[in-house]
Design a protein around this ligand. Structure first.
Ligand code: BGC
Ligand code: CA
Length: 348
């Protein structure tokens, strides 16, 4: 081989090496700049969850400003843990980098945790809180939500304040408030704890209570209407207060009164939790006496920031964890006096 040939070969090799390096570099960069988030939702027909998912999509598009492409898959388990286990497996097989999981059965996350762990995919549980023992199984498990007890306490304070300001709530003037309670799903942390703490908080705030009955309506407006119709049949006009574990059920209870054509003067007062779009509108119209805002924008923001941080490694130190794993967003009281602040905020 003469010198020229050697030189030519060397140039060619160098050229190929540069080509290879740049093409390798660019694919690597493209891969690094894409985050695939897989979301497993227990039931997207749930009003609050539907609104939370919308807020989460917004937050993910804001994340793109950090220079990463976000690809988002949301799967709906229609309330079946089996279905959800399969959906999680599918998203992991498709190469997702991080999972956000809203458990169908909050007591049964073990299959999801095992699969995620085998594939080293971190999980951010949200809204339906696994028990602590489960969350402690691996250091890449997190929870974003709110403290149920706080929402019950605030709802109780709102009801107590309202009753003090409006003594006519005690329709039969016996010094006690006859009430019924509409509960969310059996076994859900927010149903159990809200029910307990709302009654405690009303008592602590000086309200004499008489609990007439309770019904489970699974967070659902139509079921609540149904259950409330039964309760009205049983207790007629003696119900003075309806406490619902969420807004959808408070609105369902109001539907029952409307549908039965009961006159306004025989209506009880209604209290909800969540501040869904319809809930806030009902507070604005003073149909719902008050609600407690379940900060879905804050939760969506925390989930998106945490998803970004666990995948890229950036920003983990700025996240305000409790006990290294938990992010709880505070609830806020909403009455006719401040409801427009919340409605305006959402429209922004
Ligand atoms: C909300 C409910 C919702 C439930 C679903 C609760 O935090 O208040 O409206 O149905 O979560 O898990
Ligand atoms: Ca009374």
């Amino acid at each position: 081989m003469n010198l020229k040939k050697i030189k030519d070969a060397a140039v060619l090799i160098a050229f190929l090496a540069v080509m290879l390096w740049t093409s390798y570099g660019s694919t690597e960069e493209k891969e690094d700049k894409q985050i695939y988030i897989g979301v497993a939702c227990y039931d997207q027909k749930d009003t609050f969850l539907g609104e939370l998912m919308e807020a989460f999509k917004d937050e993910c598009s804001h994340l793109e400003a950090k220079g990463y492409g976000i690809s988002l898959t949301i799967m709906d388990a229609a309330n079946s843990q089996r279905t959800q286990d399969d959906q999680v497996q599918e998203m992991i097989n498709n190469g997702c980098d991080v999972l956000c999981v809203n458990l169908a059965d909050r007591t049964d996350p073990s299959e999801i945790i095992d699969t995620a762990r085998e594939n080293d995919v971190p999980i951010i549980f949200f809204n339906r809180e696994p028990v602590e023992e489960d969350l402690m199984q691996w250091n890449k498990l997190y929870y974003v939500g709110a403290e149920a007890k706080q929402s019950g306490q605030m709802q109780g304070e709102l009801a107590a304040d309202y009753i003090k300001e409006n003594p006519s709530v005690d329709k039969n003037s016996d010094g006690k408030i006859q009430y019924v309670i509409l509960e969310g799903e059996l076994g859900h942390q927010d149903a159990i704890i809200r029910t307990e703490s709302v009654a405690e908080s009303m008592k602590e705030n000086g309200v004499e209570l008489e609990k007439l009955s309770y019904q489970t309506a699974n967070w659902n407006r139509a079921q609540a209407q149904n259950r409330m119709t039964q309760l009205i049949g049983q207790y007629k006009n003696s119900i003075e207060l309806v406490i619902a574990n969420n807004d959808a059920m408070a609105l369902g209870a109001m539907d029952a009164y409307e549908k039965l054509g009961i006159t306004d003067s025989n209506y009880p007062v209604f209290f909800g939790i969540d501040g869904t779009d319809e809930g806030l509108e009902a507070v604005r119209q003073s149909k719902l006496a008050a609600t407690v805002y379940n900060d879905k924008e804050g939760q969506a923001y925390a989930m998106a920031q945490l998803a970004y941080a666990v995948v890229t490694g950036y920003g983990m130190n700025n996240i305000g964890f409790e006990n290294k794993k938990y992010i709880y967003l505070p609830y806020k009281k909403v009455t006719a006096d401040n409801v427009t602040d919340f409605i305006d905020n959402i429209q922004d």
